[in-house]
Design a protein around this ligand. Structure first.
Ligand code: OSB
Ligand code: MG
Length: 363
């Protein structure tokens, strides 16, 4: 297929509830949807999920847009490709910038699937029609609102809850939730907020039967995580420092973690994500799918991807109603018995609603 046109659609989406992490509050999310057209007029869509500030990883919404426009689009304009895996090779000329790469690469997978007349479920050989999902809860100002929030999500049917923690806001909130929900599948995410000198605070968490502790230390560390994992039975899960299959291999070789939070955009796209899933399966390393507050386009891809057999822990893929007042697609994903149903259409399987968004033709 020949890449004949690339457009970008932008919009600022307001979150229904501002989300607080150890590094700040997110109330509005700028989103860009990239649309790639082939010589037959087929269209594929990919979402840029980078956040406004470089506080989760280095990339931001704006830096990713510059990288896409100036460096990535020229690498694929007018190119004829046989398979979307070739995009990863073409993009090797640009270092890092995985979220920028993923926005275009996932659009081209969508385009490829649509040309074949296949859904992503078919392309990824998925048998499941629906999957159980979890919810990630931001830092709360007080215990009462935390408890209320967890109660609400448990009532809605979410099968797993992830709490954001930071030094000084960790043991106490976990105790409160454990007391009220002794059997809840519970985990925590520190988003790199701890230093190694605070290790004892983390080892204390071993007694709360947490499913895992996500990314306590620095976003580039493997050694301190390894030291901590040696001292804990609770699984350490890595998020921020996993940008490629090589990172997964290093973490596994060192014993830095017992689980991987895989986000397609954080590893540069579907080709790399598939390789990571395969490696984790071969090496019995637990892998599950994380989220980036995607709008519908990113979420529908996440749903189909997370339905692969290798994923046996609920992902951070919540119902549409939980996130934004508006969406980038016509369809809504709603929770039924703790599960979301996979889209059925070709490719990402949903209908983008881009008419209200700001359009720019890049090629
Ligand atoms: O650390 O997993 C994280 C959102 C943005 C950036 C980082 C993270 C998150 C989440 C949200 O936890 C998960 C979701 O999309 O529901
Ligand atoms: Mg995380």
């Amino acid at each position: 297929m020949k890449i004949q046109k690339i457009e970008c659609f932008q919009h600022l989406f307001e979150l229904k509830q501002p989300f607080q992490t150890s590094y700040g509050v997110l109330s509005h999310k700028p989103v860009a949807i990239y649309c790639v057209t082939d010589e037959r007029g087929n269209q594929g869509f990919g979402e840029l999920v980078a956040l406004p500030c470089p506080d989760y990883i280095e990339e931001t919404f704006q830096t990713a847009q510059v990288i896409i426009k100036r460096f990535l689009v020229p690498l694929i304009s007018n190119q004829t490709i046989q398979h979307p895996k070739e995009i990863r090779e073409l993009f090797r000329a640009v270092r890092g910038n995985e979220m920028a790469k993923s926005a275009l690469e996932t659009a081209i997978w969508d385009l490829y699937a649509k040309r074949l007349g296949q859904s992503f479920s078919q392309l990824f050989s998925v048998k499941r029609k629906k999957i159980p999902v979890g919810v990630s809860i931001g830092l709360q100002t007080d215990e009462h609102s935390l408890l209320k929030s967890v109660e609400e999500y448990v009532q809605k049917g979410y099968t797993r809850v992830k709490l954001k923690i930071k030094p000084g806001y960790d043991i106490r909130p976990i105790q409160v939730i454990r007391k009220h929900f002794p059997a809840l599948e519970l985990m925590v995410d520190a988003n790199s907020a701890y230093s190694f000198s605070e290790k004892e605070r983390l080892t204390e968490l071993d007694q709360y039967r947490l499913a895992m502790i996500e990314q306590p230390f620095s976003a580039s560390d493997f050694l301190e995580h390894c030291e901590l994992q040696k001292e804990m039975t609770t699984k350490i899960c890595l998020d921020e420092n996993i940008r490629s299959l090589e990172d997964v291999k290093l973490a596994h070789f060192l014993g830095s973690c017992g689980a991987i939070n895989l986000k397609i955009p954080r590893v540069g796209g579907i080709a790399e994500a598939l390789d990571i899933v395969h490696y984790c399966q071969e090496n019995s390393l637990m892998v599950w799918l994380g989220g980036m507050f995607e709008t519908g386009i990113g979420r529908s891809l996440n749903l189909s991807f997370a339905a692969q057999d290798a994923f046996c822990f609920p992902g951070d893929i919540s119902a549409s109603e939980r996130y934004f007042f508006e969406d980038s697609i016509e369809e809504t994903f709603s929770l039924e018995n703790g599960c979301l149903t996979l889209p059925k259409g070709k490719g990402i399987g949903v209908h983008p609603t881009l008419s209200k968004m700001n359009k720019e033709v890049l090629f």
